[in-house]
Design a protein around this ligand. Sequence first.
Ligand code: HEC
Ligand code: HEC
Length: 304
Amino acid sequence: MKIFYLILSLITTMCAIDMITPIPDNLPYDKTKASLGKKLYMDTSLSKDGKVSCNTCHNIKNYGVDNTSNSIGVDNQLDTPFNTPTTFNSVFNFVQFWNGRAQNLAEQIKGPLFDPKEMGLTPEILLQKINANPDYVKSFGDIYGEISVDNIADAIAEFEKTLITPNSPFDRYLKGDKDAISEKAKRGYEEFKAQGCISCHQGQNIGGNMFQKIGIFQEFPDQSNLGRYEITKKESDKMVFKVPSLRNIAKTAPYYHDGSIPTLDACVQFMAYYQLGKFLNQETVDSIVAFLESLTGEYHDNIQ
Ligand code: HEC
Ligand code: HEC
Protein backbone atom coordinates (compact mmCIF):
# COMPACT_ATOMS: atom_id res chain seq x y z
CA MET A 1 0.00 0.00 0.00
CA LYS A 2 2.70 2.49 1.04
CA ILE A 3 4.83 1.53 -1.97
CA PHE A 4 1.81 2.15 -4.18
CA TYR A 5 1.44 5.67 -2.80
CA LEU A 6 5.15 6.33 -3.17
CA ILE A 7 5.00 5.38 -6.84
CA LEU A 8 1.78 7.33 -7.30
CA SER A 9 3.30 10.42 -5.78
CA LEU A 10 6.49 10.01 -7.87
CA ILE A 11 4.54 9.73 -11.11
CA THR A 12 2.19 12.60 -10.33
CA THR A 13 5.08 14.77 -9.17
CA MET A 14 6.83 14.17 -12.47
CA CYS A 15 3.66 15.16 -14.34
CA ALA A 16 2.98 18.07 -12.00
CA ILE A 17 3.19 20.79 -14.64
CA ASP A 18 -0.26 22.35 -15.05
CA MET A 19 -1.86 20.03 -12.51
CA ILE A 20 -3.42 23.11 -10.93
CA THR A 21 -5.52 25.35 -13.14
CA PRO A 22 -7.24 28.69 -12.40
CA ILE A 23 -10.98 28.80 -11.74
CA PRO A 24 -13.14 30.83 -14.13
CA ASP A 25 -14.04 34.45 -13.27
CA ASN A 26 -17.71 33.50 -13.24
CA LEU A 27 -19.99 30.61 -14.03
CA PRO A 28 -23.17 30.98 -16.06
CA TYR A 29 -26.19 31.06 -13.74
CA ASP A 30 -29.86 32.01 -13.75
CA LYS A 31 -30.20 35.37 -11.96
CA THR A 32 -33.81 34.99 -10.78
CA LYS A 33 -33.20 31.50 -9.41
CA ALA A 34 -29.94 32.58 -7.72
CA SER A 35 -31.71 35.54 -6.14
CA LEU A 36 -34.42 33.27 -4.71
CA GLY A 37 -31.69 30.81 -3.67
CA LYS A 38 -29.86 33.53 -1.75
CA LYS A 39 -33.04 34.41 0.20
CA LEU A 40 -33.46 30.74 1.12
CA TYR A 41 -29.76 30.42 2.03
CA MET A 42 -29.98 33.39 4.42
CA ASP A 43 -33.41 32.58 5.91
CA THR A 44 -33.28 31.46 9.55
CA SER A 45 -37.05 30.84 9.57
CA LEU A 46 -36.34 27.68 7.55
CA SER A 47 -35.20 25.82 10.66
CA LYS A 48 -36.85 24.08 13.58
CA ASP A 49 -36.10 26.82 16.12
CA GLY A 50 -36.13 29.73 13.66
CA LYS A 51 -32.51 30.57 14.40
CA VAL A 52 -30.38 28.65 11.89
CA SER A 53 -29.83 29.21 8.18
CA CYS A 54 -27.23 27.84 5.77
CA ASN A 55 -25.40 31.12 6.37
CA THR A 56 -25.13 30.43 10.13
CA CYS A 57 -22.57 27.72 9.46
CA HIS A 58 -21.46 28.75 5.94
CA ASN A 59 -21.17 32.53 6.32
CA ILE A 60 -20.74 34.20 2.92
CA LYS A 61 -19.02 37.15 4.60
CA ASN A 62 -16.46 34.71 6.01
CA TYR A 63 -15.38 32.45 3.11
CA GLY A 64 -18.34 30.10 3.61
CA VAL A 65 -17.35 28.87 7.09
CA ASP A 66 -17.80 29.75 10.78
CA ASN A 67 -14.24 28.92 11.93
CA THR A 68 -15.37 26.55 14.69
CA SER A 69 -14.40 22.90 14.93
CA ASN A 70 -18.08 21.96 15.24
CA SER A 71 -20.90 24.34 14.32
CA ILE A 72 -24.02 24.95 16.40
CA GLY A 73 -27.28 23.84 14.79
CA VAL A 74 -30.93 24.02 15.93
CA ASP A 75 -31.72 23.91 19.67
CA ASN A 76 -28.06 24.80 20.38
CA GLN A 77 -26.89 21.35 19.38
CA LEU A 78 -23.25 20.71 18.56
CA ASP A 79 -23.07 19.59 14.92
CA THR A 80 -20.88 16.52 15.29
CA PRO A 81 -19.02 14.61 13.92
CA PHE A 82 -17.85 16.86 11.07
CA ASN A 83 -16.11 20.19 10.82
CA THR A 84 -18.10 22.48 8.49
CA PRO A 85 -16.43 22.68 5.06
CA THR A 86 -16.80 25.84 3.02
CA THR A 87 -19.59 26.35 0.48
CA PHE A 88 -17.17 28.53 -1.52
CA ASN A 89 -16.07 26.82 -4.74
CA SER A 90 -17.91 23.65 -3.65
CA VAL A 91 -19.55 23.70 -7.10
CA PHE A 92 -16.14 22.56 -8.44
CA ASN A 93 -15.94 19.49 -6.16
CA PHE A 94 -16.63 16.15 -7.85
CA VAL A 95 -18.93 15.06 -4.99
CA GLN A 96 -20.22 16.78 -1.83
CA PHE A 97 -19.66 16.05 1.90
CA TRP A 98 -16.48 14.75 3.53
CA ASN A 99 -17.46 11.19 2.64
CA GLY A 100 -18.85 12.11 -0.79
CA ARG A 101 -22.37 10.83 -0.18
CA ALA A 102 -24.06 13.52 -2.32
CA GLN A 103 -23.40 13.59 -6.07
CA ASN A 104 -24.11 17.30 -6.52
CA LEU A 105 -25.15 20.49 -4.74
CA ALA A 106 -28.91 20.03 -5.18
CA GLU A 107 -28.71 16.57 -3.61
CA GLN A 108 -26.45 17.88 -0.83
CA ILE A 109 -28.93 20.58 0.26
CA LYS A 110 -31.52 18.04 1.40
CA GLY A 111 -28.95 16.90 3.99
CA PRO A 112 -28.80 20.00 6.25
CA LEU A 113 -32.49 20.96 5.83
CA PHE A 114 -33.61 17.63 7.28
CA ASP A 115 -30.69 16.90 9.60
CA PRO A 116 -31.95 16.95 13.23
CA LYS A 117 -28.74 18.66 14.41
CA GLU A 118 -28.54 21.23 11.60
CA MET A 119 -31.88 22.77 10.49
CA GLY A 120 -34.16 20.06 11.90
CA LEU A 121 -37.07 20.27 9.43
CA THR A 122 -39.18 17.62 7.73
CA PRO A 123 -40.19 17.99 4.06
CA GLU A 124 -43.78 18.72 5.20
CA ILE A 125 -42.77 21.48 7.63
CA LEU A 126 -40.38 23.00 5.09
CA LEU A 127 -43.15 23.21 2.47
CA GLN A 128 -45.56 24.67 5.07
CA LYS A 129 -43.04 27.38 5.92
CA ILE A 130 -42.46 28.29 2.26
CA ASN A 131 -46.22 28.29 1.55
CA ALA A 132 -46.81 30.64 4.48
CA ASN A 133 -44.54 33.29 2.95
CA PRO A 134 -46.26 35.23 0.09
CA ASP A 135 -42.91 36.37 -1.40
CA TYR A 136 -41.76 32.76 -1.75
CA VAL A 137 -45.14 31.65 -3.11
CA LYS A 138 -44.91 34.30 -5.83
CA SER A 139 -41.26 33.60 -6.70
CA PHE A 140 -41.70 29.82 -6.89
CA GLY A 141 -44.90 30.31 -8.92
CA ASP A 142 -43.15 32.65 -11.39
CA ILE A 143 -39.95 30.63 -11.75
CA TYR A 144 -40.95 26.99 -11.33
CA GLY A 145 -44.74 26.88 -11.43
CA GLU A 146 -44.79 24.99 -8.12
CA ILE A 147 -43.20 24.72 -4.68
CA SER A 148 -41.34 21.49 -4.06
CA VAL A 149 -38.28 20.30 -2.14
CA ASP A 150 -36.49 19.73 -5.46
CA ASN A 151 -37.19 23.29 -6.59
CA ILE A 152 -36.00 24.68 -3.23
CA ALA A 153 -32.77 22.70 -3.63
CA ASP A 154 -32.44 23.81 -7.25
CA ALA A 155 -32.69 27.51 -6.31
CA ILE A 156 -30.11 27.23 -3.51
CA ALA A 157 -27.76 25.26 -5.78
CA GLU A 158 -28.08 28.02 -8.40
CA PHE A 159 -27.03 30.58 -5.77
CA GLU A 160 -24.07 28.40 -4.81
CA LYS A 161 -22.76 28.74 -8.38
CA THR A 162 -22.05 32.37 -7.46
CA LEU A 163 -20.02 31.42 -4.35
CA ILE A 164 -16.75 31.21 -6.24
CA THR A 165 -13.49 33.04 -5.57
CA PRO A 166 -11.54 33.78 -8.75
CA ASN A 167 -8.49 36.02 -9.04
CA SER A 168 -6.39 34.65 -6.17
CA PRO A 169 -2.76 35.75 -6.40
CA PHE A 170 -1.82 32.19 -7.35
CA ASP A 171 -4.41 32.05 -10.16
CA ARG A 172 -3.03 35.36 -11.47
CA TYR A 173 0.45 33.83 -11.29
CA LEU A 174 -0.72 30.80 -13.26
CA LYS A 175 -2.21 33.14 -15.86
CA GLY A 176 1.19 34.77 -16.38
CA ASP A 177 1.54 37.55 -13.79
CA LYS A 178 4.92 36.45 -12.44
CA ASP A 179 4.89 39.07 -9.65
CA ALA A 180 1.48 38.08 -8.29
CA ILE A 181 3.02 35.92 -5.53
CA SER A 182 6.12 36.27 -3.36
CA GLU A 183 9.41 34.42 -3.91
CA LYS A 184 8.63 32.47 -0.72
CA ALA A 185 5.26 31.37 -2.12
CA LYS A 186 6.97 30.33 -5.38
CA ARG A 187 9.39 28.16 -3.37
CA GLY A 188 6.38 26.81 -1.49
CA TYR A 189 4.68 25.83 -4.74
CA GLU A 190 7.85 24.00 -5.82
CA GLU A 191 7.92 22.18 -2.45
CA PHE A 192 4.19 21.40 -2.75
CA LYS A 193 4.99 19.59 -6.01
CA ALA A 194 8.34 18.08 -4.97
CA GLN A 195 7.09 16.72 -1.63
CA GLY A 196 4.07 15.08 -3.30
CA CYS A 197 1.18 17.16 -1.90
CA ILE A 198 0.05 17.74 -5.48
CA SER A 199 -0.59 14.03 -6.03
CA CYS A 200 -3.79 14.50 -3.99
CA HIS A 201 -4.48 18.27 -3.97
CA GLN A 202 -4.72 19.16 -7.65
CA GLY A 203 -7.01 20.28 -10.47
CA GLN A 204 -8.95 23.53 -10.60
CA ASN A 205 -10.03 23.29 -6.95
CA ILE A 206 -6.60 22.10 -5.75
CA GLY A 207 -8.44 19.15 -4.23
CA GLY A 208 -12.05 18.05 -4.48
CA ASN A 209 -11.46 15.64 -7.36
CA MET A 210 -10.67 12.32 -5.62
CA PHE A 211 -11.01 10.26 -2.44
CA GLN A 212 -7.94 9.38 -0.36
CA LYS A 213 -7.20 7.78 2.97
CA ILE A 214 -6.14 10.02 5.87
CA GLY A 215 -3.26 8.29 7.63
CA ILE A 216 -1.38 6.47 4.89
CA PHE A 217 1.98 6.34 6.70
CA GLN A 218 0.82 6.99 10.27
CA GLU A 219 -2.59 6.08 11.61
CA PHE A 220 -4.86 9.12 12.10
CA PRO A 221 -5.67 9.23 15.83
CA ASP A 222 -9.39 10.06 15.55
CA GLN A 223 -11.03 6.90 14.17
CA SER A 224 -14.51 7.82 15.42
CA ASN A 225 -15.76 8.47 11.89
CA LEU A 226 -14.55 6.07 9.24
CA GLY A 227 -15.34 8.24 6.22
CA ARG A 228 -16.43 6.52 3.03
CA TYR A 229 -16.56 3.19 4.84
CA GLU A 230 -19.74 4.43 6.56
CA ILE A 231 -21.37 4.52 3.10
CA THR A 232 -19.81 1.60 1.23
CA LYS A 233 -18.87 -0.75 4.14
CA LYS A 234 -15.80 -1.72 2.11
CA GLU A 235 -12.72 -2.43 4.23
CA SER A 236 -10.53 -0.45 1.81
CA ASP A 237 -12.71 2.65 2.38
CA LYS A 238 -11.88 2.94 6.09
CA MET A 239 -10.66 6.50 6.86
CA VAL A 240 -11.11 7.50 3.22
CA PHE A 241 -12.39 11.06 2.68
CA LYS A 242 -12.82 13.47 -0.18
CA VAL A 243 -9.53 15.33 -0.58
CA PRO A 244 -10.52 18.89 0.43
CA SER A 245 -10.02 21.90 -1.83
CA LEU A 246 -7.18 24.17 -0.70
CA ARG A 247 -8.70 27.35 -2.15
CA ASN A 248 -9.06 30.01 0.62
CA ILE A 249 -7.52 27.50 3.01
CA ALA A 250 -5.81 30.25 5.05
CA LYS A 251 -9.31 31.56 5.92
CA THR A 252 -11.09 28.33 6.83
CA ALA A 253 -9.40 27.05 10.02
CA PRO A 254 -9.70 24.77 11.90
CA TYR A 255 -8.72 21.86 9.67
CA TYR A 256 -9.42 18.18 8.86
CA HIS A 257 -12.79 16.42 8.88
CA ASP A 258 -12.91 16.58 12.68
CA GLY A 259 -11.64 20.17 12.95
CA SER A 260 -8.85 18.93 15.19
CA ILE A 261 -6.00 21.03 13.77
CA PRO A 262 -6.16 24.76 14.61
CA THR A 263 -3.40 26.26 12.43
CA LEU A 264 -2.25 25.95 8.84
CA ASP A 265 1.35 25.51 9.96
CA ALA A 266 0.47 22.41 12.04
CA CYS A 267 -1.85 21.19 9.29
CA VAL A 268 0.97 21.14 6.71
CA GLN A 269 3.37 19.40 9.10
CA PHE A 270 0.75 16.75 9.95
CA MET A 271 -0.08 16.19 6.29
CA ALA A 272 3.57 15.42 5.60
CA TYR A 273 3.63 13.07 8.61
CA TYR A 274 0.36 11.18 7.99
CA GLN A 275 0.27 11.21 4.18
CA LEU A 276 3.90 11.24 3.10
CA GLY A 277 5.75 9.72 6.04
CA LYS A 278 8.06 12.75 6.24
CA PHE A 279 9.07 15.43 8.66
CA LEU A 280 9.43 18.79 6.95
CA ASN A 281 11.84 21.43 8.28
CA GLN A 282 10.28 24.71 9.40
CA GLU A 283 11.57 26.62 6.36
CA THR A 284 9.81 24.21 4.01
CA VAL A 285 6.60 24.38 6.06
CA ASP A 286 6.75 28.19 6.05
CA SER A 287 7.15 28.33 2.29
CA ILE A 288 4.25 25.90 1.73
CA VAL A 289 2.09 28.03 4.05
CA ALA A 290 3.05 31.13 2.01
CA PHE A 291 1.96 29.25 -1.14
CA LEU A 292 -1.32 28.21 0.53
CA GLU A 293 -1.94 31.83 1.57
CA SER A 294 -1.70 32.84 -2.10
CA LEU A 295 -4.78 30.67 -2.80
CA THR A 296 -7.17 33.18 -1.19
CA GLY A 297 -9.44 34.50 -3.93
CA GLU A 298 -12.05 37.24 -4.30
CA TYR A 299 -15.76 36.94 -3.63
CA HIS A 300 -18.19 39.59 -4.85
CA ASP A 301 -21.69 39.42 -3.44
CA ASN A 302 -23.61 40.53 -6.52
CA ILE A 303 -26.92 38.80 -5.91
CA GLN A 304 -29.83 41.05 -4.91
C1 HEC B 1 -25.37 23.57 11.69
C2 HEC B 1 -24.40 23.86 10.67
C3 HEC B 1 -24.78 23.69 9.21
C4 HEC B 1 -25.88 24.19 8.55
C5 HEC B 1 -27.05 24.96 9.12
C6 HEC B 1 -25.69 23.85 7.15
N1 HEC B 1 -24.52 23.17 6.98
FE1 HEC B 1 -23.69 22.64 5.24
N2 HEC B 1 -22.35 21.52 6.21
C7 HEC B 1 -22.20 21.45 7.58
C8 HEC B 1 -21.33 20.35 7.92
C9 HEC B 1 -20.89 19.94 9.32
C10 HEC B 1 -20.97 19.74 6.70
C11 HEC B 1 -20.12 18.48 6.52
C12 HEC B 1 -21.02 17.28 6.74
C13 HEC B 1 -20.51 16.02 6.12
O1 HEC B 1 -19.54 16.05 5.37
O2 HEC B 1 -21.13 14.97 6.37
C14 HEC B 1 -21.62 20.52 5.65
C15 HEC B 1 -21.44 20.29 4.28
C16 HEC B 1 -21.94 21.12 3.29
C17 HEC B 1 -21.56 21.10 1.89
C18 HEC B 1 -20.52 20.19 1.27
C19 HEC B 1 -19.23 20.90 0.99
C20 HEC B 1 -18.15 19.95 0.58
O3 HEC B 1 -17.08 20.40 0.15
O4 HEC B 1 -18.31 18.72 0.72
C21 HEC B 1 -22.30 22.05 1.26
C22 HEC B 1 -22.25 22.42 -0.23
C23 HEC B 1 -23.18 22.64 2.25
N3 HEC B 1 -22.92 22.07 3.48
C24 HEC B 1 -24.17 23.57 1.99
C25 HEC B 1 -25.16 23.89 2.91
C26 HEC B 1 -26.42 24.54 2.57
C27 HEC B 1 -26.83 24.99 1.19
C28 HEC B 1 -27.13 24.69 3.74
C29 HEC B 1 -28.53 25.22 3.93
C30 HEC B 1 -29.59 24.49 3.23
C31 HEC B 1 -26.29 24.14 4.80
N4 HEC B 1 -25.13 23.63 4.25
C32 HEC B 1 -26.59 24.17 6.15
C33 HEC B 1 -22.79 22.30 8.49
C34 HEC B 1 -23.96 23.02 8.22
C1 HEC C 1 -2.38 10.86 -0.23
C2 HEC C 1 -3.17 12.07 -0.39
C3 HEC C 1 -2.72 13.35 0.24
C4 HEC C 1 -1.46 13.91 0.24
C5 HEC C 1 -0.18 13.37 -0.36
C6 HEC C 1 -1.59 15.19 0.94
N1 HEC C 1 -2.89 15.39 1.31
FE1 HEC C 1 -3.60 17.01 2.31
N2 HEC C 1 -5.37 16.05 2.60
C7 HEC C 1 -5.69 14.79 2.11
C8 HEC C 1 -6.93 14.36 2.71
C9 HEC C 1 -7.66 13.05 2.42
C10 HEC C 1 -7.34 15.39 3.58
C11 HEC C 1 -8.56 15.38 4.49
C12 HEC C 1 -8.15 14.72 5.77
C13 HEC C 1 -9.20 14.78 6.84
O1 HEC C 1 -10.02 15.66 6.81
O2 HEC C 1 -9.17 13.97 7.77
C14 HEC C 1 -6.32 16.45 3.48
C15 HEC C 1 -6.37 17.65 4.17
C16 HEC C 1 -5.47 18.70 3.98
C17 HEC C 1 -5.61 20.02 4.52
C18 HEC C 1 -6.77 20.51 5.38
C19 HEC C 1 -7.95 20.87 4.53
C20 HEC C 1 -9.18 21.24 5.31
O3 HEC C 1 -10.05 21.91 4.74
O4 HEC C 1 -9.33 20.84 6.47
C21 HEC C 1 -4.53 20.76 4.09
C22 HEC C 1 -4.23 22.22 4.36
C23 HEC C 1 -3.70 19.87 3.33
N3 HEC C 1 -4.31 18.64 3.26
C24 HEC C 1 -2.48 20.22 2.76
C25 HEC C 1 -1.57 19.27 2.28
C26 HEC C 1 -0.15 19.52 2.06
C27 HEC C 1 0.52 20.86 2.23
C28 HEC C 1 0.39 18.34 1.65
C29 HEC C 1 1.85 18.04 1.37
C30 HEC C 1 2.74 18.24 2.50
C31 HEC C 1 -0.68 17.37 1.59
N4 HEC C 1 -1.85 17.97 2.01
C32 HEC C 1 -0.54 16.05 1.16
C33 HEC C 1 -4.95 14.07 1.20
C34 HEC C 1 -3.60 14.28 0.94
